[in-house]
Design a protein around this ligand. Sequence first.
Ligand code: C2E
Ligand code: MG
Ligand code: MG
Ligand code: MG
Length: 289
Amino acid sequence: SAKAEGRGRHRVFEPAMNTRMQARLALEAELRRALEEGEFHLLFQPLLSLPDRQVVGFEALLRWRHPRHGLMAPDSFIPLAEETGLIVPIGHWVLREACREMRRWPGHCRVAVNLSPVQLADGPALLRSVEDALAASGEPAGRLELEITESAMLRGTEEVLDTLRRLKERGVRLAMDDFGTGYSSLGYLRTFPFDKVKIDRSFVRDLPHDGESRAIVHAVIGLCGTLGLTVTAEGVETEEQLAQLQRENCSEVQGYLFGAPQPAEEALRLVRGAAARRQDGGAAGTAQV
Ligand code: C2E
Ligand code: MG
Ligand code: MG
Ligand code: MG
């Protein structure tokens, strides 16, 4: 019968399901513990202005040094951290740590921190978290940039808009991340108080040869110019891509061509080296890669 068949099928899948569930539960328990044990750390990837290629800041990118699985990239644990709500304390740690690290950089260098939609969903808690991180670092709000993905805007209620406005009033800069991968992007740019748009690296990858990518990048940069927004191109890996972005008057770039996400000490050496070159009478006033 169908019932027997169903039960049979159920039995077949059970062991696999259990294994997956157990792995997930184990990971969740480990995630809970990781903050206390100090298993998280941040890497910093340089952001450069064009056309001068000066380092104007760093994006903080989260890593988990798992005792058994080794170094874990955010895509492998952030979804679970979001489902369990653990992203809230983890995100708070990221904010504090990023703002603390920024204190060692020259004053013109900003730090960019990625926010989860889950953090954005509780506006008052997020505002407290940002306030606490800024107070602990003693740095001005204008040096902190918050990156929010377009998909986070899908839950773009009046409350989210209100939270973004408050952050903006506080002087924090707002960037829309992975632009072009979500929906109704153009409308959001008008409605939400962003300072910057980061063009997703999928549009940068096939520059300059792919006509569609070229057209999209051209349109986004043009629109942002009209709206007075800074544009950062993500995932710049080649001189050819850079040349095309420069032809389009893109304002900022980020990618392996200029620097991978790197430990705090290396990021610091990068900006300190540039400051030393400046004192030696070098042409560059800031870090150049
Ligand atoms: P994202 O914010 O778009 O970060 C850029 C990602 O692109 C990073 O991956 C970075 O390592 C990678 N990348 C940078 N330059 C290049 C390049 O030239 N070529 C290629 N192929 N990739 C490049 P990562 O570090 O694995 O982070 C993945 C995503 O995880 C981030 O995407 C961000 O959405 C999320 N994430 C990272 N840290 C945090 C965090 O602290 N909190 C939250 N909520 N999300 C985070
Ligand atoms: Mg980002
Ligand atoms: Mg991005
Ligand atoms: Mg991304």
